[in-house]
Structure formats: structure tokens, C-alpha cells
Design a protein around this ligand. Sequence first.
Ligand code: DGT
Ligand code: CA
Ligand code: CA
Ligand code: ZN
Length: 574
Amino acid sequence: MRNLELARLLNELADLSDYVGESQFKSRAYRNAARLLETMQTPIESLAEQGQEALEAVPGIGKAIAEKIIAYLNTGVIPKHQQLLQLVPEGILEVMQVPGIGPKTARLLYEHLGVHDLESLQNALASGAVLQIPHFGEAKRQRLLRLTELIKKARQRRPLGTVYWLAQEKLHWLQQLPHVQNALVGGSIRRMQETIGDIDFLVATEHPEKVIAAFVQMPGTTEVFAQGDNRAQIFLEGGLQVDLKTVPPVSWGAGMLYITGSKAHSIRLREIAIERGLKLNEYGVWRGTECVARETEAEVYEALGLPYIPPPLRENSGEIERALQGSLPALVTREQIQGDLQTHSRWSDGQDTSEAMAQEALSQGYTYLALTDHVEMFAWQGDVFHLFRQRQREIERLNEQMAGRLVVLNGLEVNIDIDGTLDAPEELLKEAEIVVAGIHYGHGQEPEAMTRRLIRALEHPSVHILAHPTGRRFGKREPNDADWERVFRRAYELGKAVEVNGYTTRMDPPTPIVRILEQSGAWVALGTDAHRASDLRMMTLAVGLAQRGWLTAERVLNTRPLPELRAWLKEVRG
Ligand code: DGT
Ligand code: CA
Ligand code: CA
Ligand code: ZN
């Protein structure tokens, strides 16, 4: 159903038309038609199929608009819209989207102050230059400055881990509201994408107006950006955007599918529906006016001849073809994870004691936990062997206390030097039961040098796991470049593991490289890189990233019970 995208375009056309000073009758007609489309239940394309007369028969759609709709459905553009875009500076559209700045104000701001995008708008507001514009008072200046900053902030993508738990918290709040029958976090968060644009909620309710009225009062709300019949949009403190969409309870499954996306996945599903003489929208799968499926996602997929596709795969990157063949992977799940394979305690740069880490590991439902304190941080505090053995005794005591419940593995994380050698005495590494090796300096080497460096580290006899393979840090460092096929193939040949790291600011390797890892056949170790007990929950993120890379439990080392893991740790070292 293309009603909403068409509505958006007509609203934009109205703005553009007002901006260039065309007759107000035209822009009013565009806006009316847009409003009509937003609430219309029939897909506009099915009306259009019956011809232009059928469109014109709808009150509010005249000849001019019917022509535009048909042009859009046939070509994907409205010629008039294209033509006006040529006349208006590109960034003006985003300026007009700031609530309180209509086309007239936008034009004044452009002509007097050269405001042509959000950036220049923010400057004109911050400097006070806007006060020269007629009817622009101090209160309005402040309000618009706040809104503009919010919009700019909301555009920046955020690491999944900085929003994931907040979204769950807000979800619980939503679930408690009266008239909410069901609620879900959808969008890129449900797909476990490494960065997210906003939070998208779906609510099933018979009383959308009441739910929306309550939603815009969510604690922490700083602005209500939009409030419609079945959608709303707010900003939280810190500029995070939160969208809400409501559907009737019967349409829960179709609504889930819609809100989860991705857009590309949904578009493919709609094409498949059409091939089968069906229509898919956020309310269900339809044959004409008869609803074929809508209550659960699985039923909707089934109506399209597909098995259920898990959200992390929904990117139109091959999952639909595999689903059609019936060969989707059985993705690894959080419940299958028996322990964490990269964590740090106070013995290096962690905030918590080994005991606190172990306690939290128990609450996570684990049977083992690898403490992999950084070697060099032992060395900063004194004799590295002495301290390492002191920690070993502490671990032994802990393991006695926790006997039968949890085993703490005596591990180390070691730096990979520029040339691929390891920055620690060989004898020490041998004493550690599990060794993860990672790059912490000398990033951004040429791909060939980086490839050899990583392979050399993997070849070191004491190393089990290549940690955070690309070294990326959100907001700080791009992923290192290497020939990942070669690196992972070597890991496979050596029978060693490559880490998928779930630490909020790492999420390493990025999804496309996890998919290369999946193809390689190498073992995968999921680790949080926890630096405090509460970080252990980031395993959810590591699992999400592994799922986005199509990984199954058989490939993930820490789905194995402890005896098997221990056998592997020994075997790797020959
Ligand atoms: P984000 O927010 O940039 O991280 O990515 P998403 O995937 O969460 O995208 P968002 O927030 O724009 O939209 C949330 C979901 O709503 C999206 O995954 C699918 C659905 N959606 C949004 N716009 C459209 C659209 O134009 N067509 C269809 N079929 N679905 C849409
Ligand atoms: Ca989103
Ligand atoms: Ca959204
Ligand atoms: Zn590290």
C-alpha cells in the first residue's frame, strides 16, 4: 500500500508550491488529498488500476491530483514535484519540516539570512540574526533553536547498545498503559542493527486515540513532534526520536511485520504478494477485500508461501531466496550461550572484582566465565608472573566456592604488536587456560600488512581467539581493512576462533564481515568485553550481531558445555 508515501510526497509538494508562491488553492488541494490518503483504508494503487475516473470519484481528488497520483504510481515521481525541486535550494525542505517554520517563514529566512539548511538555520537562531525577521520574537527563537538542535541530534545514528535497554524500559511502561493489548519494539532495534536511527513502537489497541494521548506524555519527553490518528512521534531528553504506530489487535502480526522492516525486506514481500494475486499492508494480507492472514507474523509469511524469517535476517540480503528454498539457517540464540569468553576485572582495567563478575555470570545463567584481563596491565602493576599467579589463586578459591555452579577460566587478553607478534612472554601465555589476542594500537595499516599481522597472531601456538577483529569503535575509529576471507580461512585451518564482540561501542566485526566469517567455517567466540559486571548483559548484542551474520549454534564455541570447551582449548594448542 503506497498511500503513506504518496501522502508524504503531496505534503512536500504543497510546501514547495507555497514556497515558490503558487496559488494557495493548489497547496490546499495537495494537503487535503494527503490527509485523505493518510486515513484511507483501500490501497490507492487498487483504485488507480480502475482508471483515472475511479480516482476522481473520490471526494477531495480532482483531475489534477488524479493525474499526479497516476504519474507517481507509474514512474515513481510527480513531474510537478520534480520541477519545483529545481527551483528551491535542497536543504529548504528540511527547514520547512521544523514545526513552526512554514513555507513563508522559510522563504523570508532564505532571502534575508541565507538560511538554506538545518545547519544555517541553527546558526541564524543561535546568533539571534532571526530577530530581524518580522514576527520573530525571542520566545519563538528559543523554541525553534531547541527544536532544530533536537532534529539535528536525532539524525545521528546511535550504537544499538546505547538505546536497546532504554527501549525495553519504555516498552514496559507502554505495556502498562490502559487499552494497550500488545506492544513491541520494532524497526532496526528488533533487527539488532549495529546502529539505530530511532525507537519504533507498535501497539495493538482498540482505542488508538487514548493510547496516543498517553504516549505523548511518556516520562522524559521533551517535544511532541507529530500526533495523528494512528501514529505519533516524540523526542526524549538527549534528542532520541521515538515513533509509535497503532494497529487494531486483529492486525497484530501484519503490524509487527510492517514496523520491523527493513524497508527493503517489506518491499520484496509486497512484490511476492502481488505475484500471488494478494496485497500486503500493515493490516494484513488481502485477496481483494477479503483478509487472508494478519494475526501473527508466521501466518502472514505463510500466506505468502514463506516460512517465518527471524528479524535479524530481514534485510533483503538473500534471506527471501533462502526462505523460498526452505533452507534458512537456525540462528544461534541467547539461551544457548553457556558463558562469556571475554571479560575484564579489577586485575586489569575492569571496575569490578572477579567475584562480582562471577556472581553476575551466574545471574546470566552461565556455567562458565573467562576472565581475560589485559596482560600489559598486570605488567604495569608489578611483576607480571607474580600478579598473574595471585589472580590464579583467587580464581581457584572462587571456583571452590562456586563448585557445581560456575567455573571461572583463568584467561588473558594479549596485544597483537605491529608485526603480528604478541606483546607478552610466551611462558605466561602458556599458563593461561584461554588466550584472546587483539589489536589495541597501530590501527589503520595497509590491508596486506594488517592481514599478515592478524594471521601471524592466529598462528601463535598459545592463542585461541582473535578478539574484536576490525578494531572499530563507534564515534572514534573506522574498522581496520584486511583480507577477511584470508584471515578467517587461516583461523579455520588452525581450528581457532574469531570473536564477535558485543561491547556497545565495538560491535565488531560489522555485519558484512560477520557474514564473511560465517562463510569461512571458522569457530566463533561470542564475547562482551565486559569491563564491569553489568556489561555482561551485552551478550544480547553479541548474539544479535551473530544472528545478523547468519551464524548457527554449531559454529559458536560458547554454546558448548564446559567439558567440550575445555577439550577444545587443549586441542587448539596441540
Ligand atoms: P533506522 O530507524 O534508520 O535505524 O531504521 P528502521 O529500519 O528502524 O527505519 P524507520 O525507523 O524509518 O522505520 C521503521 C520501520 O517502519 C521500518 O523498518 C519499516 C517501516 N517503514 C517505514 N517507512 C516505511 C515505508 O515507506 N514503507 C514500508 N513498507 N515500511 C516502512
Ligand atoms: Ca527506526
Ligand atoms: Ca522510525
Ligand atoms: Zn580488547
